[in-house]
Design a protein around this ligand. Structure first.
Ligand SMILES: Nc1ncnc2c1ncn2[C@@H]1O[C@H](COP(=O)(O)OP(=O)(O)OP(=O)(O)O)[C@@H](O)[C@H]1O
Length: 451
């Protein structure tokens, strides 16, 4: 899905790469009492920053909720202008679910934390916009989720669907409740990198998920740190002495590390079946493969490219290709990974052939500005970037990344090949973390031994 049209990010002053939407999930209180929930009326529950027009109703609705019978329905209301569902905290979403707080928002709709009166647990419900194309996409997401659930016997790395229903013209998808995303963690850590042993554990699980999906002939197409969630919200704080570009002063900083490294992938709304025609633009910009940009058609390897970009980001703390423009993006790739193969440039479609002159990338001649040229020159080679951030196992990691970020999708590693790479399989690395729930059949949800 094309995601480049972000307008405002609430923490824009902190975040050099605009993201498509604000994040709510990890900043909000994990749970709150009824009294507290009334306090939150009229706000998007979050970090106290306004996230733009709120779809949570203003204060007067709280009178209504006070009088609401436990299983009653709220009054019928108009959706907002974008087709988003309007609600108040504490209201029912059907008689089964009670809305606790808003935890996220995406292109498709809003994600609400709700209490499930039947199973007596918290769930995350995606309330999809009441617009035909989003309703249709949601039905495809439900099909994919059911398919994944049916064959995912070990309850592996894809978020589980619990239920779905159509409520007042909004498709509602009920998910198991997960914790913060990898992106939430990076942001909270002021974009400090993760330890390489944690990156290994996250990379392994991510590749297991991708391998499983590809075995099922499904392509996720939108893998990114926002769509990978820790299962548990628990974390510990450890001292960190590293000076980063965002916190350049020397001194002790603290960074958060998850207590458990278990993750799950979410957002199957853009998932494609192998047999479909694949010539449209997919993936969020920073994680988009070169064959997608050049209009060469895409398949499973576009997910692998995204995994490569994600692993670099986890190691360095920042997105690898921070750009919003195709030619600059391709130039950045060449700077980090070397020249693009001529046979790919030659086949660029009529949208992308303007980036190619005499069989090579039209760079820096075609650059939009001096700043753009500077931004590209600033980037280090992949090897140097990894060596800057990773203290051990850098050699294996670089070799893995070179396989994941191979330009030609035909030669890129598959997920299963990547899982057999020494970065994951060397005996020596196994000692760097402690598996806690392996015995419970949740391989490889592991706790990180903080060294
Ligand atoms: N199961 C879950 N548990 C906890 N939080 C969740 C869960 N599912 C989604 N979220 C939160 O809601 C946000 C939006 O969810 P999701 O990405 O599925 O929506 P979307 O509308 O499909 O997004 P996109 O615009 O990327 O297509 C996520 O980034 C995450 O913060």
């Amino acid at each position: 899905m094309e995601m480049d049209y972000l307008t405002e990010f609430p923490l824009a002053h902190m975040d050099r790469r605009p993201r498509k939407k604000p994040r709510f999930a990890w900043d909000a209180p994990q749970s709150h009492s009824k009294a507290q929930s009334e306090l939150f009326y009229g706000q998007d529950v979050g970090i106290g920053t306004s996230f733009g027009p709120s779809r949570v109703l203003p204060d007067h609705s709280n009178l209504f909720v006070k009088g609401l019978a436990q299983k009653g329905s709220p009054p019928w209301r108009e959706d907002d202008k974008d087709g988003h569902y309007m609600f108040a905290l504490g209201e029912n979403l059907t008689s089964r679910y009670k809305i606790q707080r808003k935890i996220g928002e995406g292109t498709f709709g809003q994600v609400l934390e709700c209490w499930d009166r039947e199973t007596k647990e918290m769930v995350a419900i995606k309330v999809v916009r009441s617009i035909k194309k989003y309703r249709e996409a949601a039905m495809i997401e439900i099909d994919v989720l059911h398919l994944l659930g049916k064959y995912d016997r070990t309850g592996s790395r894809c978020v589980q669907i619990r239920n779905w229903f159509d409520y007042r013209n909004h498709i509602c998808i009920v998910f198991e409740m997960l914790g913060p995303s990898l992106y939430d963690f990076l942001r909270k850590n002021n974009y400090r990198s993760f330890p390489v042993d944690l990156v290994r554990e996250l990379g392994r699980q991510l590749l297991e998920c991708v391998a499983f999906m590809h075995d099922m002939r499904l392509i996720h197409t939108d893998l990114k740190p926002e769509n990978i969630l820790f299962v548990s919200p628990e974390f510990i704080k450890v001292p960190d002495y590293k000076v980063t570009s965002r916190s350049p002063r020397e001194g002790i900083f603290h960074k958060r590390l998850p207590k458990s490294s278990a993750i799950k992938v979410i957002d199957f709304g853009s998932t494609a079946y192998e047999h479909q025609e694949h010539n449209y633009i997919v993936s969020t910009r920073h994680y988009r493969a070169p064959e997608v940009i050049l209009g060469l058609g895409w398949s499973y390897p576009c997910d692998i490219w995204s995994v490569g970009c994600i692993l670099v980001e986890l190691c360095s703390g920042e997105a690898l290709f921070q750009t919003h423009e195709n030619l600059e993006h391709l130039a950045m790739m060449e700077r980090v990974l070397g020249p693009l193969p001529q046979h790919m440039l030659k086949r660029a479609d009529h949208h992308a052939d303007k980036y190619v002159k005499r069989g090579r990338l039209d760079w820096p001649e075609g650059a939009a500005s001096r700043e753009s040229i500077k931004a590209v020159l600033k980037l280090p080679r992949l090897q140097n970037l990894i060596m800057q951030h990773v203290d051990h196992s850098a050699g294996d990691l670089i070799d893995l990344l070179q396989g994941l970020l191979r330009y030609d999708p035909v030669h890129r590693l598959t997920a299963r090949e990547a899982l057999r790479h020494p970065f994951f399989t060397r005996d020596h690395y196994r000692r760097c973390y402690v598996c806690t729930d392996r015995d419970a059949g949740q391989r490889p949800g592991a706790s990180i031994a903080v060294i």
